[in-house]
Design a protein around this ligand. Sequence first.
Ligand code: FE
Length: 237
Amino acid sequence: MVQNFKTWGISILALVALLAACSSPQKTVTTIVQIPNTGPTQAAPSATPVVTETAQAATLTPGGASAKLTGTQAPAAPACSTPAALTPAVTEGPFFKAGSPERSSLLDSGVTGQKLVLTGYVLTADCKPVAHALVDFWQANAQGQYDNAGYSLRGHQFTDANGRYQLETIVPGLYPGRTEHIHVKVQAPNGPVLTTQLFFPGVQDNSQDGIFNQALLVQVLSSDSSSMQAAYNFVVR
Ligand code: FE
């Protein structure tokens, strides 16, 4: 008797399962696509010590540095939300020289110091990358001296079709009255010239420098005693 009930039970369950399989609509198989993380920037793991500038890294405000990193290299795409704040202008200072050579590396022989690779985008306030924007850099050497006779540590370049630039240089040295900074002029095609300076987070002299501006801090992606990778996006008219 008990055996009969068991057999009936199994048969009924099998029938119900068969009916359910036949009557239910065919399920669509959905491939789950991983959405790239566009949240706060995370520096890729690195074998070298990583300097994390927490305040800057967590604040991806346009005008500050921002990046979606694909490695220790440059941001693959700008993180930007409209309306983006324009990059502040600051004083040109006394050491600008027109006519700098077109080049993306300022690492001439004889230039020593902590190597810096600075990358980023030139964007409009509505977050559109600006292709062929002029980006003209000049800076002091590791001893805090400008080359006013020649063009050492001076050079201009143009953003690529995606609005991106990359500069190879060194972290500038200090000179009296100033914190570490790199001068730069940025100009979209047919746009006005933005003259400004970039600063480095965690430098003690930042707080003593009247020109220093928090919105002009680069984002340090990685750093050790010999090299640094950093990013900054310019937002221009
Ligand atoms: Fe200067």
